[in-house]
Design a protein around this ligand. Structure first.
Ligand SMILES: *Cc1c(COP(=O)(O)O)cnc(C)c1O
Length: 400
């Protein structure tokens, strides 16, 4: 078979219109839900947020949920509720969005990076164990690309060392491990509802937990640390029903009710979104199965994973191009990829804190080879075929 000239070298591109790695899907029902709420009595946190918390509990299997303004706020509040303070160490992964590590810094704590498993790209439990010191307080584990972490192994380590198990499930609403929903397994699970995630409220986030005390703290922290409960009146009989108390230093991390209405409406279609992501993933898996030049992310047995990202990893022993050349060649074919993620501790800010390259060799090795190709529910079959065509065309060109 003769090789097809790549668009980057002046050949015909696989498609004429650019497609991107991810995008939201808003329909008329969503618009209606938002506009109805805009005309209701509540604009900020009100009955829609409370109803959304119930929906998230039902969906994930968690006992409690606290909806907040974004996923970063969710991680911040989880770190405070976990008791992270000055000098406390929090173990996390380098292959993530920096918010997973920043939450420790917000509390005066220190992120400690444990290396990933080179096949699943998720934090390696054996590496967590190696990083534990007398200052370690918590683990923030990320379901990378939506693929389940090894909950049982991390739970066992956290229990044995009295660490709080926080899960950053920004990619993983709907993912299940041994039948259990992500959100009901770790001590606290943080979600994001940014537009590239599986369901969106524009900006939004949530923390789920099964622990009533953590839940109470999270609810207070979301709104200035204020307790406003009729029961308080018994303790302050000289006051009236207006009475409220600030019990801790909280924030304003509230979500508006109209954003909650948008997410509730999106939750009506989450199963369809997930099925579509799954179908596209299966198609990609089948299309790349015969290409040793492309390495695919491995999933743990007995997990059902919601594919937030589809990662192709270049096998540099079988391809003559760099990742940069592959990425640019895909762009020229009008398939815009993205890279998730530059290792957190490579960031200039982290370097200024003393972190250095080389800390997590597997993380760096995987980072250097991966690209996220388009994956979102509205991607059509024809577009999926174009992505496959572009990948195969470029692989064939650069095959050694
Ligand atoms: C998106 C994301 C976040 C942050 O969520 P926001 O809602 O954008 O604040 C945190 N961690 C991971 C892994 C993410 O992908």
């Amino acid at each position: 078979m003769s090789k097809e000239k790549l668009a980057i070298h002046g050949g015909e591109p696989v498609r004429s219109e650019k497609i991107y790695y991810g995008r939201q899907w808003i329909n008329e029902d969503d618009v209606k839900a938002v506009s109805e709420t805009l005309l209701s009595d509540y604009l900020t946190t009100g009955p829609k947020v409370a109803a959304l918390e119930d929906v998230l509990c039902e969906y994930t299997g968690a006992k409690f949920a606290t909806v907040v303004s974004n996923g970063t706020a969710a991680l911040h509040l989880a770190a405070i509720a976990a008791g992270i303070g000055e000098g406390d160490e929090v173990i996390t992964t380098g292959l993530t969005f920096m918010a997973s590590a920043n939450c420790a810094l917000y509390c005066g704590g220190k992120p400690v990076f444990a290396d990933i498993d080179p096949e699943t790209y998720n934090i390696d439990p054996a590496e967590i164990e190696k990083k534990i010191t007398s200052r370690t307080k918590a683990v923030v584990a990320v379901d990378y690309a939506g693929c389940s972490i090894d909950h049982a192994a991390i739970r066992e380590i956290c229990d044995r060392h009295h660490l709080v198990f926080i899960e950053d499930a920004a990619h993983a609403i709907g993912t299940r491990d041994h039948g259990q929903g992500v959100g009901s397994i770790a001590d606290m699970t943080c979600f994001s509802f940014h537009p590239v995630k599986t369901v969106t409220s524009g900006e939004g986030g949530a923390i789920t937990t099964n622990d009533p005390e953590l839940h109470h703290k999270l609810q207070l922290l979301r709104s200035h640390g204020i307790e406003h409960d009729e029961a308080l009146m018994w303790e302050a009989p000289h006051e009236g029903i207006w009475y409220y108390e600030q019990q801790m230093l909280g924030y304003n991390y509230r979500l508006t009710d109209f954003q909650a209405a948008l997410l509730m409406s999106q939750m009506n279609r989450i199963d369809m979104f997930i099925e579509r992501r799954h179908a596209i993933t299966e198609k990609y898996n089948a299309a790349f199965a015969d290409l040793p030049e492309i390495i695919l992310q491995k999933e743990l047995p007995d997990t059902q994973n919601v594919h937030h990202l589809y990662e192709i990893r270049l096998n540099d022993e079988l391809l003559s191009c760099t990742r940069r050349e592959f990425f640019d060649a895909m762009s020229a074919e009008n398939v815009q990829c993205q890279i998730h993620y530059v290792p957190v501790y490579w960031m200039p800010y982290y370097k200024s804190l003393g972190y250095t390259e080389g800390l997590c060799p597997n993380c760096e090795k995987v980072y250097k080879g991966i690209l996220s190709i388009p994956l979102y529910p509205r991607l059509t079959d024809a577009e999926t075929d174009d992505v496959i065509k572009a990948v195969r065309k470029i692989v064939e060109w650069y095959r050694i």
